[in-house]
Design a protein around this ligand. Structure first.
Ligand SMILES: [Zn+2]
Length: 387
């Protein structure tokens, strides 16, 4: 048994002082007295938080999940763990079929076997490829692909049933095929890189698209179709309580007022912060590649964000979850809400809140210790000290 003392424990609703957090591989509880045989970890008056859960991340430490090699996957998990991410989904992007299949298979194998020494790999997030070329952002969409049951089933098999989430543009034809497949297989469907109007977004909420991919980035707002005005995905997100949303928390993609507006309307329980990090996260390179190393898109890192070389679009973030958390604090989001949006809320969105996302007894001991200025000092993944 280990016990963290001299700390402020951040729960979803309050900050608890003058108590200690007891754990082993799992959280034992918040305790008033320290058991005699416990190993004491003195937090020096700092904060104790649940580990961050990143449900949208492509890579880091110089690697992308689509590189597929075990050392690439292991390096990404280690890089993000050092910055407070204790579990994550491996996100793919639109790319040639054989690269995508290879990536899905490699990540599926890694989930199956488990990878030690870094963030826990919870499954696969397919960002695409059924996207609208009108809202592609930095996704390399060369031909319009439409949902195909055989293709979806092939990916599911390759992944060893570890696809957790798929993002698509619901206005495209054949989207009911995807909606049904996602529902049948317990896969979270999310609206992303989409030109849908509010009516279509809400129609597909009813068909199981309950989440919205990086709200404000490659999503629509009110607009005209011909001479008729329509709401967009953003209005649908705010109007319908059943939508959860995610915001890229790097401090570059979303301005302060927009993040605060989202927290004001949706609340921390419906708003997840994500990195959407590409391979340059956790490095200091100025040139990099978005996607797989051979076939991906060349990008530059400038002003702390990845951009296409012609600067026509951002190309993912280079942030880690500690940066997202601190961005929210800097913007004025209260500590408990910022922590919740980095942990319990994303855990709930992908269905792992029974074992991740808060410091409740019985949950995995995914624990972060920060000093009083919110510099990350220690990271535990299922009780194992990473940093
Ligand atoms: Zn992404």
């Amino acid at each position: 048994m280990r016990v963290i003392t001299n700390c402020k424990i951040v729960t979803p609703d309050e900050i608890i002082e003058d108590k200690a957090l007891a754990f082993d591989g799992r959280i034992s509880g918040i305790v008033s007295s320290i058991p005699g045989d416990a190993t004491v970890i003195n937090a020096g008056g700092g904060y104790v938080l649940p580990g961050f859960v990143d449900i949208h991340v492509h890579g880091g430490g110089g690697y992308d999940f689509l590189d597929s090699a075990p050392e690439a996957i292991s390096n990404i998990l280690k890089t993000h763990a050092k910055h407070g991410t204790t579990s994550l989904l491996a996100t793919t992007l639109t790319c040639p079929d054989e690269i995508l299949c290879r990536g899905i298979e490699a990540v599926g194998n890694a989930v199956q076997s488990g990878v030690e020494g870094g963030s826990e790999l919870l499954g696969i997030h397919l960002e695409g490829p059924y996207f609208s070329s009108a809202a592609k952002g930095a996704q390399a969409i060369t031909e319009q692909k439409l949902p195909d049951l055989d293709e979806l089933e092939n990916w599911r098999r390759l992944s060893k049933n570890h696809i957790v989430r798929i993002d698509a543009a619901p206005e495209l034809p054949e989207m009911d095929v995807l909606a049904k497949w996602a529902k049948d297989n317990g896969v979270l469907a999310s609206i992303g890189h989409s030109g849908a109007n509010a009516e279509t977004a809400i129609e597909y909420l009813g068909k199981g698209f309950t989440h919205i991919t990086h709200l404000y980035c490659s999503t629509t707002t009110e607009h005209k179709e011909g001479q008729v005005v329509h709401g967009g995905i953003i209005e649908a997100a705010y109007l319908c309580d059943d939508f959860t949303v995610e915001l890229i928390g790097d401090g570059k993609h979303i301005p302060k007022e927009t993040m605060l507006l989202c927290f004001k309307i949706k609340g921390a329980s419906k708003t997840a912060l994500i990195t959407d990090a590409m391979r340059a996260a956790g490095t200091d390179v100025q040139r990099s590649v978005l996607g797989e190393s051979e076939t991906g898109t060349p990008v530059m890192i400038e002003d702390g964000v990845a951009k296409l070389l012609d600067r026509s679009s951002f190309a993912g973030s280079v942030a880690t979850m500690d940066v997202c958390f601190k961005t929210a604090l800097r913007y004025g989001v209260p500590i408990c809400d910022a922590a919740k949006s980095c942990s319990l809320t994303p855990a709930g969105i992908i269905g792992v809140a029974d074992r991740k996302g808060s410091l409740e007894p019985g949950k995995d001991a995914d624990i972060l210790i920060f000093d009083s200025e919110f510099n990350l000092k220690k990271v535990f993944v299922r009780g194992n000290e990473i940093v």
